[in-house]
Ligand binder design. Structure first.
Ligand code: NIG
Ligand code: FE
Length: 405
């Protein structure tokens, strides 16, 4: 059966600038696949036609970096930070990520599912149809696996595809405080082989930072991941230049994320490796970071740049993808078009899913967001608004009003 959405403006996000816009357009799909996206006058005949009243249709948004499964929250740590205590100081004193690890270990499976489901439903109601979710608040075999199973369980419950990422090397757990290399051994020899054999993760991430893991420790994790056939990505150069971008590039990482302190050499390395830079404006904003990521240098070097919410309890309790786009423009120098590319076609690339999503073209999945706006720049513009009218996930419609219930 062919379904035709007519009387729309399409932001196809294909190469044609700006936004791959097609006015007075139509889009047709059969089952879960787009078969036509172009001028209404050329649209094929269809079994069912829906007039969308001139609304804008974009690819479904892709949030390529979240940590949305966690116990508790860190509002009180935020209060401390507003009084001048730094993120790094809080981490050194056993707070920060480790506070969320305690809360996550203590929460049962069902409580974690409920709170993560609510956050993911909010993302979906804002046009998200694909999301990446990391583990990393368990830091023991049992809880890391629980987090990944929850990530796998959440997808079928909502109109969204979930990519699960194993982030065992997120922080050094209290049990290994005196033996960080021992923990890296556990990640490599106990966690990774199990996760790979059960296919619980689609990729492996790590946090390269003075308060987390050294490049040498991360090399061990990445080498093991590669042996097990898993692609890698990295939290790189967020708080200091630790050569994270270069490290990610050396392992052919899918993405290097954050990058506030990445050096010129790091940017060049990403460009050569074809690694996507994932910029996280929510964390930049919420940490009141002073040093922006090198957006102009990334642009000049031709590095694909994605934008994501980084939804997490410590540095970016953000469940609005559109606010992330706004922050990218107002704080970091993105154009609204670059920002939207960052959450569609470039985000698809960051997840290695660009073969089947991220643009509106025949052959790609009918993952769509329908918006009550005239022009795509309005998506990044309206602070705190949610103009999402409906989404289509693999051709199946969800009304935004419905998904907010
Ligand atoms: O992306 N940088 C490390 N990981 C997260 C923060 C996690 C946390 O503070 O709980 C991030 O910012
Ligand atoms: Fe993160």
């Amino acid at each position: 059966m062919t379904e035709l959405l007519t009387n729309v403006r399409l932001a196809t996000m294909t190469r044609a600038r700006p936004y791959g816009l097609v006015d007075d357009a139509a889009l047709a799909f059969e089952g879960e696949t787009i078969v036509f996206a172009g001028p209404r006058a050329q649209a094929p005949s269809a079994d069912r036609t829906l007039d969308l009243g001139g609304r804008l249709v974009t690819p479904g948004l892709i949030d390529a970096h979240t940590h949305l499964i966690y116990g508790g929250n860190r509002a009180q740590e935020w209060e401390q930070r507003l009084l001048g205590v730094s993120y790094a100081e809080i981490a050194y004193n056993g707070g920060g990520i480790l506070a969320t690890v305690r809360a996550t270990r203590a929460a049962g499976y069902e409580r974690l599912v409920q709170s993560a489901h609510a956050r993911l439903a909010t993302l979906c109601s804002h046009g998200v149809t694909t999301v990446e979710i990391k583990s990393g608040y368990g830091l023991d075999v049992e809880t890391e696996i629980r987090m990944l199973r929850i990530a796998r369980d959440l997808g079928p419950r909502l109109p969204v595809d979930v990519r699960a990422t194993f982030l065992g090397a997120h922080a050094i757990p209290p049990e290994f405080r005196a033996d960080p290399d021992g923990y890296v051994g556990t990640v490599c020899d106990a966690m990774l082989p199990h996760i790979a054999s059960e296919k619980l993760a689609d990729a492996v991430d790590a946090f390269c930072e003075t308060i987390a893991f050294s490049p040498a420790q991360i090399e061990r994790v990445f080498t093991r991941a590669a042996q097990l056939g898993l692609r890698v990505k990295l939290h790189a150069d967020q708080l200091s230049d630790g050569g994270g971008a270069e490290l990610a590039a050396r392992f052919g990482a899918l993405s290097a994320d954050h990058l506030e302190f990445a050096s010129a050499a790091g940017v060049e390395a990403l460009a050569r490796a074809g690694t996507v830079a994932v910029v996280l404006p929510g964390a930049f904003y919420f940490l009141r970071e002073q040093q922006p990521p090198p957006v102009a240098a990334l642009r000049a070097a031709g590095v694909p740049v994605a934008i994501a919410t980084d939804c997490n309890p410590g540095t970016s309790p953000l469940v609005s993808p559109l606010l992330a786009l706004n922050f990218a423009c107002t704080l970091l120098g993105f154009s609204p078009e670059e920002a939207l590319r960052g959450m569609t076609c470039e985000a698809a690339r960051a997840l290695d899913l660009h073969h089947d999503r991220g643009t509106l073209e025949p052959g790609k999945l009918a993952d769509l967001a329908v918006w009550d706006v005239e022009h795509p720049a309005e998506l990044a513009y309206a602070l705190g608004a949610n103009p999402c009218h409906a989404t289509y996930k693999r051709g199946r419609r969800t009304d935004a009003a419905e998904s907010r219930k």
